[in-house]
Write a protein that binds this ligand. Structure first.
Ligand code: PLP
Length: 371
């Protein structure tokens, strides 16, 4: 694998793909052991739930393994029906993906023409950008201001030129803040009727009571086509199973996305795990409560050491390392602690630490270099 464009293929690879950076993925535990020669003490680089999935999900996946000789239901009907009940929507407006990242790619493939503009926030989730660039689109990235208020006015300013897709996460990954209801209403009111609005709620389950609102209810009145993305990878603890979903404004959008998504994107074992996970509200509540207390504690500890932090409604904290974030993260890795340095201007001094168990978070604090 190469980081730099490869000329030996004589122009085989499309230039928009060739020039893409590699995705800044977290390091899997077995790879970490191989590369660093030590066991990880705290894996805090991929926003996973430290408790993993509920016991029922593991049991369901074990049982479902018996059936892997057969192809799964291509559209995961039973799981879509359960999600429809849980979210108060209709199953035919729901599309499942091999993780919600699968759907992000499908959305771009379905709607983007070369030269189209995509608007997002910055710091941004890498996949909100890579798939769009690969389709030949250009990105307009609107930075958060210093106070980390959601940059609604600056997003609206981008609507002066044609925009095919408006895409962002709320709570935002990697920063952590949520857009408020008034902000989303104002944003929708100023967005062209033909722009697809992609509202990524990967961290919805972590938002404190009172800090969030029902985005599906707000979007129900939108004139634009829209899709809300959610995932079983974060609060449900099923990152390795790869299950995410979208709730779309209309069935036509689901039909279009199904044409560009792999036909059997979500396997039967993953579906069984997600169905069981959906039924265990206690497991979800415990994880959210832990993240809420730990984000306050770790944010305060970072600030006490002189690191600026972004406000967060998630299971991670975005903070200013005060220097070169890559070197900072590398120093922590040598101590068995994995965090994610941010590789995007103007946030190259910042890093994101996932909230693990209290013991893992203490290991992170203990590994911090002296300032
Ligand atoms: C983690 C994450 C996702 C998707 O994760 P999947 O594992 O592909 O479901 C999507 N959006 C954001 C903002 C995320 O942080």
């Amino acid at each position: 694998m190469k980081d730099t464009p490869d000329t030996s293929l004589n122009g085989l690879v499309r230039p928009e793909v060739d020039s893409l950076p590699r995705y800044n993925a977290g390091l899997a535990l077995d790879r970490f052991r191989e590369v660093y020669g030590i066991d990880a003490v705290a894996k805090l680089d991929s926003n996973e739930n430290p408790a993993g999935p509920c016991a029922g999900a593991i049991a369901a996946m074990r049982a479902a393994a018996e059936g892997v000789g057969r192809y799964p239901d291509a559209t995961s009907t039973a799981l879509r029906q359960a999600i429809a009940v849980a979210t108060g929507t209709e199953a035919d407006r729901i599309i499942m993906g091999n993780g919600s990242e699968d759907l992000i790619g499908a959305i771009f493939r379905a709607v983007l023409r070369p030269g189209d503009r995509v608007v997002t926030i910055c710091p941004s989730f890498g996949l909100h950008e890579f798939g769009a660039l690969a389709c030949g689109a250009s990105m307009a990235k609107v930075p958060f201001p210093a106070d980390w208020a959601f940059p609604v006015d600056r997003l609206l300013a981008e609507m002066a030129q044609p925009v095919r897709v408006l895409i962002f996460s709320s709570p935002s990954n990697p920063a952590g803040p949520v857009i408020d209801e008034a902000g989303l209403c104002r944003l929708l009111a100023g967005t062209p009727a033909g722009t697809l609005v992609v509202f990524d709620e990967a961290y919805l389950e972590y938002v404190a009571q009172g800090a969030g609102f029902d985005a599906l209810a707000v979007l129900a009145d939108a004139v634009q086509p829209w899709i809300v993305l959610r995932t079983f990878s974060k609060a449900y603890g099923l990152a390795g199973a790869r299950v995410g979903y979208g709730i779309a404004s209309d069935t036509g959008l689901v039909a279009a996305l199904l044409k560009v998504r792999n036909p059997f994107a979500v396997n039967g074992v993953a579906v069984a795990g997600a169905l069981a996970a959906l039924a265990d509200r206690d497991h979800l509540a415990r994880g959210a409560a832990l993240a809420a207390s730990e984000r306050a504690r770790i944010s305060a500890a970072l600030r006490a050491r002189g690191h600026a932090t972004a406000p967060t409604e998630t299971n991670f904290v975005f903070f200013d390392t005060g220097g070169d974030a890559v070197a900072f993260a590398e120093a922590l890795r040598r101590r068995g602690v994995l965090i994610k340095p941010w590789l995007e201007d103007p946030f190259r001094g910042w890093a994101r630490v996932t909230l693990g168990t209290p013991a893992e978070n203490d290991a992170f604090l203990a590994a911090l270099p002296d300032r």
